[in-house]
Design a protein around this ligand. Sequence first.
Ligand code: ASP
Length: 588
Amino acid sequence: MLRTHTCGELRAQHNGQAVTLTGWVNRRRDFGPLIFVDLRDRYGITQVVVDQTIHPEAHAVLEQARNEFVLEVVGSVRMRDEDKRNPNLETGEIEVVAQTVELLNASKQPPLVVARDGNEDETLRLKYRYIDLRRARMQRNIILRHQTIKFIRDWLSERGFLEIETPMLMASTPEGARDYLVPSRLHPGEFYALPQSPQQLKQLLMVAGFDKYFQIARCMRDEDLRADRQPEFTQLDIEMSFVEQEDVLRLVEDLMTALVPAVTPHKRVISPFPRLTYHEAMERFGSDKPDLRYGMELVDVSAIAAESQFGVFTQAIANGGQVKGIKAPGCGGYSRKQLDELNVVAQAGGAKAAATLAVEAEGVRGSIAKFFDADQTAALVQAFEAQPGDLLVFVADRKDAVAGGLDKLRREFGRRLNLADPNLLAFGWVVDFPMFEYNAETGIWDANHHPFCMVNPEDVDKLNRNELEGVRAAAYDLVCNGYELASGSVRIHDRAIQQRIFDRLPYTPEEIQRRFGHMLEAFEYGAPPHAGIAPGIDRIMALLCDEENIREVIAFPKTQRVEDLMMNSPSPATEKQLRELHLRIVEE
Ligand code: ASP
């Protein structure tokens, strides 16, 4: 090793010791004959000082040194003067007096100041990711990610789980996104698909008898990126045999409850995790991934609204819709402008508008107050258990628009009113998801999760009658602080049932045979009952690291436009490569 200690290691107890440190210049302060350098590595920062009168050669090197130069410093540890100690630095009691300094490498003027975690354009950060990653916050995030994954690996291994790798070059497995395709050189005109998930393979591993499987698995989905998506992301993929839904929920609940305090002792988890059916989550929170750190539940006031004189409300109900609302405590004094902003929030959730009433000691105030008589007003106030000073916010619309609009409003008020404790991880289970999902654009029913979920036994008759809307799957999601963290299900292990599901989905018999024939066949060779789940590692890390965006917890993420700005991908292939792959680029 070039060094005897790291830059985060030296303390008062090392006083007087001869040491060699290596690292980057985080900051340099030049006071003429005295130069101070904060030397940084992944472990911390140590102050190095050189005195020209005593060590002129070392001084000459540090005089030339600039931010991000790489140095080797030989010197001795000494206590700093009482008044110069830095309690914010773990090494803040000491400094290293440099006797010799070797310049291991110079640095051009860096485009990012590592010592300052700035708000510069993210494209600059991504282009120079290797510099951005030197920052303390990014180092902490990546290290915490390692610790989290290691904890998971150890914890599952201790419980008899086997980590098994599955291929990257494979056939398509549907998870609701487009595949990334890889052209085959040896098979002209044919393609591999990159895994949207190892779903089929982990089920086949159960057929193979491995019983308890996990993998820190990379998944690739070609979809239009939303803020919290990446084209490739990491899942903790889990599958178990001879289990029921309850076993999977228990396992993941125990894992999360152990993981969080182990890697982030300042975070709290409340166990047991509450459970909601999908239906209940949508009714109470307007979302299948509610933030459970605060209440502010949706109140259905359709019955009261239907009696009112307010045309927007009565019309919505007459059209088969609903009127629901939430109570924003203490927001009764909102200005016209603030109230108008709420419309924009509701619209972001797919609703047409939000209507409001401010609760006062004597009734309610607001442009729609006149449409409610005294009894209706009292009934509204009572329905929300509202106090003077509260604001009632309503959405009247189709059921899905009411849910969408109020979900956005609830989250917005949660933020504005600081209702969500950032150190609380409010996990919850959402169970009984619908098996099928209707796509209004295409008029097609598709699998809500994926086609391998077991149908709830109570709904088999509905499936047989082709009443797809009400068919529930034994499918569950783990949610936390308003995010979906994991999806999973009990799987079908019976060929006939699997065939029946495929028959309901938009696949031709040839396609079923071509894409899923191996699954149907495997189920004929003694497939055990099995179930699984796949928590998303990136979102878990974002929550543990207090980051909004998952790009902050991924070493080398892609941009919103699915580009790698550092390595310049995607990029054109050479003529030779295209020829080998039997491809021709056609300009449209
Ligand atoms: N393969 C599923 C997904 O990626 C997870 C699962 O059902 O285990 O969402």
